[in-house]
Design a protein around this ligand. Structure first.
Ligand code: ZN
Length: 108
Protein backbone atom coordinates (compact mmCIF):
# COMPACT_ATOMS: atom_id res chain seq x y z
CA UNK A 1 0.00 0.00 0.00
CA UNK A 2 1.39 3.39 -0.93
CA UNK A 3 1.35 6.03 1.75
CA UNK A 4 0.81 9.38 0.22
CA UNK A 5 0.11 12.80 1.52
CA UNK A 6 -3.60 13.03 1.19
CA UNK A 7 -5.18 15.86 3.04
CA UNK A 8 -8.59 17.24 2.43
CA UNK A 9 -10.54 20.25 3.49
CA UNK A 10 -12.19 19.59 6.83
CA UNK A 11 -9.60 17.06 8.01
CA UNK A 12 -8.28 17.29 11.52
CA UNK A 13 -4.50 17.52 11.21
CA UNK A 14 -1.42 17.65 13.42
CA UNK A 15 1.45 19.96 12.51
CA UNK A 16 4.67 17.95 12.59
CA UNK A 17 7.19 20.56 11.49
CA UNK A 18 7.79 24.26 11.62
CA UNK A 19 6.84 27.10 13.89
CA UNK A 20 3.50 25.60 14.94
CA UNK A 21 4.76 22.05 15.43
CA UNK A 22 2.49 20.08 17.75
CA UNK A 23 -0.63 22.08 17.05
CA UNK A 24 -3.76 20.48 15.73
CA UNK A 25 -6.48 22.08 13.70
CA UNK A 26 -8.99 21.71 10.95
CA UNK A 27 -7.92 22.08 7.34
CA UNK A 28 -9.48 25.16 5.79
CA UNK A 29 -8.11 25.00 2.27
CA UNK A 30 -5.88 22.71 0.25
CA UNK A 31 -3.93 23.71 -2.83
CA UNK A 32 -3.04 20.47 -4.58
CA UNK A 33 -0.92 22.23 -7.20
CA UNK A 34 1.38 23.86 -4.70
CA UNK A 35 1.03 21.15 -2.05
CA UNK A 36 0.12 23.67 0.58
CA UNK A 37 -2.81 24.00 2.93
CA UNK A 38 -4.18 26.40 5.46
CA UNK A 39 -5.11 25.08 8.89
CA UNK A 40 -7.26 26.75 11.47
CA UNK A 41 -5.14 28.81 13.89
CA UNK A 42 -1.89 27.52 12.38
CA UNK A 43 0.82 29.71 10.88
CA UNK A 44 -1.13 32.86 11.66
CA UNK A 45 -0.11 35.95 9.79
CA UNK A 46 -0.76 39.42 11.07
CA UNK A 47 -1.82 42.02 8.60
CA UNK A 48 -2.14 45.65 9.46
CA UNK A 49 -5.11 47.37 7.93
CA UNK A 50 -5.95 51.02 7.69
CA UNK A 51 -9.33 52.23 8.82
CA UNK A 52 -11.68 52.97 5.97
CA UNK A 53 -14.94 54.38 7.34
CA UNK A 54 -16.54 54.41 3.88
CA UNK A 55 -16.29 50.63 3.79
CA UNK A 56 -16.85 50.24 7.51
CA UNK A 57 -13.41 48.74 7.96
CA UNK A 58 -11.86 49.33 11.32
CA UNK A 59 -8.14 49.76 11.32
CA UNK A 60 -5.96 47.40 13.23
CA UNK A 61 -4.37 44.03 13.01
CA UNK A 62 -6.17 41.27 11.17
CA UNK A 63 -4.95 37.76 11.70
CA UNK A 64 -5.38 35.09 9.10
CA UNK A 65 -4.01 31.64 8.42
CA UNK A 66 -0.92 31.38 6.26
CA UNK A 67 -0.17 28.41 4.08
CA UNK A 68 1.82 25.46 5.31
CA UNK A 69 3.35 22.70 3.20
CA UNK A 70 1.26 19.56 3.45
CA UNK A 71 4.36 17.47 4.18
CA UNK A 72 4.36 19.30 7.52
CA UNK A 73 0.91 17.96 8.32
CA UNK A 74 -0.45 14.60 9.34
CA UNK A 75 -4.10 13.67 9.39
CA UNK A 76 -5.43 12.82 12.83
CA UNK A 77 -7.51 9.67 12.75
CA UNK A 78 -11.02 10.14 14.09
CA UNK A 79 -11.12 6.56 15.38
CA UNK A 80 -7.83 6.11 17.25
CA UNK A 81 -7.03 9.81 17.62
CA UNK A 82 -3.46 9.36 16.42
CA UNK A 83 -1.72 11.38 13.74
CA UNK A 84 -1.34 9.02 10.84
CA UNK A 85 -0.04 8.71 7.36
CA UNK A 86 -2.98 8.11 5.12
CA UNK A 87 -3.11 5.01 3.02
CA UNK A 88 -5.50 4.05 0.33
CA UNK A 89 -7.51 0.92 0.26
CA UNK A 90 -10.14 -0.24 -2.14
CA UNK A 91 -13.66 -1.24 -1.32
CA UNK A 92 -15.36 -4.25 -2.85
CA UNK A 93 -16.93 -2.05 -5.49
CA UNK A 94 -13.51 -0.73 -6.50
CA UNK A 95 -13.84 2.72 -5.04
CA UNK A 96 -10.78 4.14 -3.36
CA UNK A 97 -10.97 5.22 0.25
CA UNK A 98 -8.48 6.68 2.67
CA UNK A 99 -7.51 4.57 5.65
CA UNK A 100 -5.65 5.04 8.92
CA UNK A 101 -2.22 3.42 9.12
CA UNK A 102 -2.72 2.50 12.78
CA UNK A 103 -6.21 1.15 13.17
CA UNK A 104 -7.28 0.72 9.55
CA UNK A 105 -10.35 2.86 10.02
CA UNK A 106 -11.69 4.44 6.88
CA UNK A 107 -11.26 8.19 6.80
CA UNK A 108 -14.11 10.04 5.19
ZN1 ZN B 1 -6.78 5.17 13.40
Amino acid sequence: MAWTVSIRKGDQVRVIAGRDKGKTGRVLTVNQDKNVATVEHVNMLKRHTRPNPAKQIKGGIVEREGTIHISSLMVVCGSCNKPTRVGHSFLADGSKVRACQHCGATLS
